[in-house]
Design a binder for this molecule. Structure first.
Ligand code: HCA
Ligand code: CU
Length: 458
């Protein structure tokens, strides 16, 4: 049995919004991983993701229960080491294991040294009939006896209980179970497992829960099946839901859940500044870039904190932008790190960041193998750089001189048609042509993609 951690939850003062990142649990269930025959994140990926989240300011990270597999158990230990290394610098981060209401899941999590247990069991009719097959009396009996026992023997653990599919569970059913569970837990989850909820229903549900359990904290988990994962989380946060499950780029089962950076971006726009306390917002784009590279993708265009939101193709847009950036860019994306200087390159940069940086931001034509070789050459050079050398410049020198990389080429007739701004004050580098039609712009984007847009900047 593991020793009790000196950092206990009761000494922690939760902020108005606590992200419970579940990229390594819910996010691992994304089918996007199948696109490149990868199926799961490897241990190094997981360590890098956990490190980035902790540096960003996330204090709660959800992981699979170690019982899931020997690999998960090993990965749990590796992530815990990353967490421990960062305690002096970043404070304590709580590792929460996602557990069924089953003693074996619980035992595996406690043995691995989890700080908390996120219990879940389905309460909707569909779950009861087709998932576990238990009726309410059975669910209550099983969950309460397990929770009571864990509480008694491990009083320092953070306990959460979620009625899976909470938004297809009628309120009286939810209350029937939660009334019994409340004495044993620190938080109640209300997952919208199949993404059916509307923002109005979310607000109403939170109001009802807060009235019935005034001293409880609640946790949201909103699937994006209807495209409401973001707006539901935003509505929930504004209605006093303190804990929110998010993932990087919103990945998860099916359409995924709320994207962490999309949520922060919107809270910022809506001036909910107290909800931003302690998060390194300038790290938003870099963390998205890092995670996209794990999925072997660019940051998707539907992610608000992405370069696409700074890319303009239509001539009429460009002209207006040159006069006043605010015409087509309403929000301060540079504060969320959508600027070249925020993608920090250094000796620790992995090949995938370098691949991404050279391809997405600098517009070079290169494959993964070349990126790996460039990363090795870059590492050799960058350890010895002087205070006035720029890592970006060194990388570009290596890419062009040592590896002969060239920019992705775009047909002459499309040149000068696309403008990309990397930060709010960047001088627009291209001459605008007022006559160019919107249609032409979208033709370029469709035909040549964003790499074309990027390379045109130079
Ligand atoms: C799952 C379902 C879940 C659980 C959420 C929670 C959901 O994949 O096990 O534990 O609060 O969406 O209901 O992700
Ligand atoms: Cu889920």
């Amino acid at each position: 049995m593991s020793a009790v951690s000196p950092f206990q939850f009761k000494h922690y003062r939760p902020r108005p919004l606590e992200i419970i990142d579940t990229t390594l649990r819910e996010g691992s269930q994304t089918s996007l991983l199948h696109d490149h025959y990868k199926y799961f994140f490897n241990q190094n990926d997981k360590m890098e993701i956990a490190r980035a989240l902790i540096v960003f300011g996330v204090k709660f990270i959800e992981l699979f229960a170690p019982i899931v597999s020997a690999q998960e158990r090993d990965d749990f230990a590796a992530i815990k080491e990353v967490r421990d290394e960062l305690i002096m610098q970043k404070g304590y981060t709580f590792l929460l294991a996602h557990v069924r209401c089953h003693p074996d899941d619980v035992a595996s999590a406690i043995e691995a040294g989890a700080d908390g247990l996120n219990f879940y069991i389905g309460l909707s009719e569909a779950s009861r009939m087709y998932n576990h097959g238990k009726d309410f009396d059975n669910i209550i009996r099983q969950a309460c006896s397990l929770l009571e026992e864990v509480r008694r023997h491990h009083p320092h653990l953070i306990l959460r209980f979620s009625g899976e599919d909470a938004f297809r569970t009628p309120e009286p059913h939810l209350f029937r179970v939660y009334d019994q569970i409340v004495p044993f837990v620190d938080r109640l989850g209300t997952p919208d497992t199949v993404g059916v909820a509307t923002p109005m229903q979310v607000a109403q549900r939170i109001k009802a829960l807060r009235e019935r359990y005034p001293t409880m904290d609640f946790e949201g988990h909103f699937h994006d099946d209807r495209g409401f994962g973001l707006i539901n989380a935003l509505e929930a946060a504004k209605n006093g839901m303190r804990y929110m499950n998010t993932t990087l780029l919103g990945v998860g089962e099916r359409s995924g859940i709320t994207s962490m950076t999309a949520l922060f971006f919107n809270l910022y726009i809506d001036k909910a500044y107290d909800h931003l306390e302690g998060y390194n917002l300038r790290g938003s784009y870099p963390i998205n870039v890092m995670f996209a590279s794990k999925l072997k993708k660019l940051v998707p265009s539907k992610e608000p904190v992405s370069l696409t939101n700074r890319t303009h193709t239509a001539g009429v847009h460009q002209k207006a932008l040159l006069n006043n950036a605010g015409t087509y860019e309403a929000f301060p994306l540079d504060q969320f790190g959508v600027s070249e200087s925020e993608v920090l390159l250094g000796p620790l940069s992995g090949w995938n960041i370098i691949h991404y940086f050279l391809k997405e931001i600098k517009g070079y034509n290169l494959d993964e193998g070349t990126a790996r070789q460039i990363a090795t050459a870059f590492k050799d050079r960058v350890y010895n750089i002087g205070p006035h050398d720029s890592p970006t410049q060194i990388l570009i020198e290596i890419a062009e001189n040592q590896f002969g990389l060239s920019h992705i080429s775009v047909p002459e007739r499309f040149k000068d048609n696309i403008l990309q701004r990397m930060d709010a004050d960047a001088a627009a580098p291209l001459p605008a042509e007022a006559e160019l039609q919107d249609q032409l712009g979208s033709e370029i984007a469709e035909t040549y993609g964003r790499e074309a847009a990027v390379s045109l900047k130079r």
